[in-house]
Design a binder for this molecule. Sequence first.
Ligand code: ADP
Ligand code: ZN
Length: 440
Amino acid sequence: MERYWNQEIECMSQEDMKKLQDERLVAQVKHVYDNVKYYRDLMDEKGVKPEDIKGVDDLCKLPFLSKADLREAYPYGLLAKPLDECVRIQSTSGTTGKRVVAFYTQNDVDMWEDCVARAITAAGGTNEDVCQIAYGYGLFTGGAGLHGGSHKVGCLTLPMSSGNTERQITFMQDLGATILCCTPSYAAYIGETLHEMGLTPDDIKLKAGIFGAEPWTEEMRQSIEKSLGLKAYDIYGLTESSGPGVAFECCEQSGMHINEDNFYPEIINPDTGEVLPEGEVGELVFTSLTKEAFPLIRYRTRDLCVLSRKKCSCGRTLIKMAKPMGRSDDMLIIRGVNVFPSQIETVLIEQGYSPNYLIEVDRKNNTDTLDINVEMNPDQFSDKVKDMQEQEKDLAEAMKAMLGINPKVHLVSPKSIARSEGKAVRVIDKRKLIDNPAKK
Ligand code: ADP
Ligand code: ZN
């Protein structure tokens, strides 16, 4: 039988959920207008008053907030509570430039951990589980978020942080960890190390993995599930809206339920700002309905995805978001064609290669070049140059079919591409001086 952390909310009727969201939004808009000059100025500029917002249907009247606003307001410009009521600061991992800091009151931390507790419960976690947290601890929200959620659920929590992979496996074995939480790229690395240590999934007790903080493909999921012998659940979040736990996967493993009682999602056309109907791909925008210290209204995540209200077999009625396809600023425009690293990953794993790859983009003689370095598995290695060239050619053809452009594929020796213990770096774009419209 499906277990819920908060059945009343997770299975609430759509009508009741909307009522709750309306009430919370009205209070939230008043809170930011009264307490944050930055918002007041933005709203005044647009000629909107808090009284104009009667519920989520009025959201479109409010201005968007972008990462640039957060940087401009750094560090205290968006703070909505006095500092003496705040108990925590966390920061983004800085994947795309200057870090952003977020503030939390105790209620904010409780709400965040509660969202993570829903995720752990949806992955089958209970107080009988041993939950190994191998996300980085510190300013990054991964470690802190999963740690807090694990405590809430009552799991025996193993605060490993990331790194020291052999020790991770030794503890996992000795202490019988049943749930592993880390980035998917680190999970893949742990799986690889497990096999190198001469162990198999039968030697460990993992049953579930809660992996997120970076984009990963279905193919990657299957590969991790096999190498670690577990069921892999996706979890999504961003520091700006608290951290992991904004959305989480259930047993159906087809998209993540958004904790929409706390985070109201919209999908917009990233070029025009127009709100798109359910089912269309666009940029995900979140409004935090309950956060006190650092509430963001209509925050543009730059993550591209789709929302769906289709009934889920787990019984939850919370709206679902598809796996994000990547960020609008991850998208590479190569010879005019949009390319996502995730498409490349899909082809690699489908063709039996490891998920260890590095994409290099450059511009030579006014033409964009795309080089994909792919690590071979030891059994793919051949000492005949001709065989290797054949393999590279086959892979380049499969890539062309997926991407629509011709890449150069280079098969490199096993273990030659750096492994990631946190978020993986998959792309080096050397065209730095060239204007990339996707980065605006
Ligand atoms: P940074 O922007 O520095 O990476 P965060 O650590 O707060 O800061 O990361 C949040 C971002 O990570 C999200 O906006 C999204 O792009 C990505 N992300 C988080 N979880 C997932 C996930 N499950 N799938 C895909 N992308 C994710
Ligand atoms: Zn579900």
